[in-house]
Write a protein that binds this ligand. Structure first.
Ligand SMILES: [Ca+2]
Length: 278
């Protein structure tokens, strides 16, 4: 380790401790987006990964991505905004939208998940979840729930939903009744603005809105077990809203996909753990 590397690490450690003490003493419930990655990077107890693109696939650059899942060679995507919301079935390899269902103009579509043969699409402020048959994308039912809808995923037993706060809620998939709440934190500091979700092998991957961070959350404790920095991906934002907001997982081939709002690519990524001495 060079002198400057050592000096940098020392300054970094002091800064990390100072950040922690500041937020702890202020009783702040969360970190600003700019300081989130800095704060997480100081915690050597949690895994820090950089996203490395191993494949890229086309993505509609007009798609305001709010939810993304993978099933049998296809991606299913929910796009947002009033008057532009949609549900899409996309051929992963070609990027071709093989089926697009427009969502009523009164809804701002949000997260998307699959429970057995039913796609569940949240809406932002309407408190309505739209249920479709996955084979036909036929809208079959609307369920109502009392929260803002942001992200949604499924752990095989329960829905897990976010509402932009630090709370994840586990819901009964049949009637959306509340099973339990899971506050998400790291080192005593709440991590809020949790958005798009994906449940992978016992952990909940969550995009933190307006950041390049995906936090990997222990689904029992709510503690952040690791985090992914998406900044190395080539996609460049053109506006503040063109943020990462799509996580999909192919369990059969262990492939992880990410994209973002109005991104022109979907990335298959590998997670490269940051070595302290690199
Ligand atoms: Ca997802």
């Amino acid at each position: 380790m060079s002198y400057f590397t050592a000096l940098g690490k020392t300054i970094g450690s002091i800064w990390g401790v100072a950040l922690y003490l500041f937020f702890a003493s202020a009783g702040a419930s969360s970190l600003s987006h700019d300081s989130l990655a800095l704060y997480l990077a100081q915690n050597k107890q949690i895994s820090h990964y950089l996203a490395r693109a191993v494949a890229t696939y086309p993505h509609d650059p007009q798609a305001f991505t709010e939810g993304l899942i993978y099933k049998n060679g296809f991606l299913y995507e929910s796009t947002g905004l009033y008057g532009e919301s949609s549900l899409r079935k996309i051929d992963l390899t070609t990027g071709e939208i093989v089926h697009l269902v427009r969502v009523e103009d009164r809804y701002f579509a949000e997260g998307l998940t699959l429970v057995d043969s039913v796609l569940i699409q949240l809406t932002w402020k309407s408190k309505a979840a739209l249920l479709y048959q996955v084979d036909t994308l036929q809208l079959e039912k609307i369920l109502y729930y009392p929260y803002e809808g942001w992200g949604i995923t499924y752990d095989g037993s329960h829905l897990i939903v976010s509402d932009g706060s630090h709370l994840l809620r586990f819901l009964n998939p049949g009637d959306f009744s509340l099973i339990r709440e899971l506050p998400v934190s790291s080192g005593g500091v709440s991590i809020d603005q949790l958005n798009e979700l994906e449940y992978i092998n016992g952990r909940i991957y969550a995009n933190v809105w307006h950041s390049d961070v995906i936090v990997i959350v222990d689904s029992h404790s709510g503690e952040v077990a690791g985090w992914i920095d998406l900044a190395p991906l080539e996609e460049k934002r053109t506006t503040r809203e063109d943020v990462p907001n799509g996580i999909a997982y192919d369990a059969e081939e262990d492939r992880l996909f990410v994209t973002g709002k109005r991104w022109s690519c979907i990335y298959e990524i590998q997670l490269v753990e940051v070595n302290e001495y690199n």
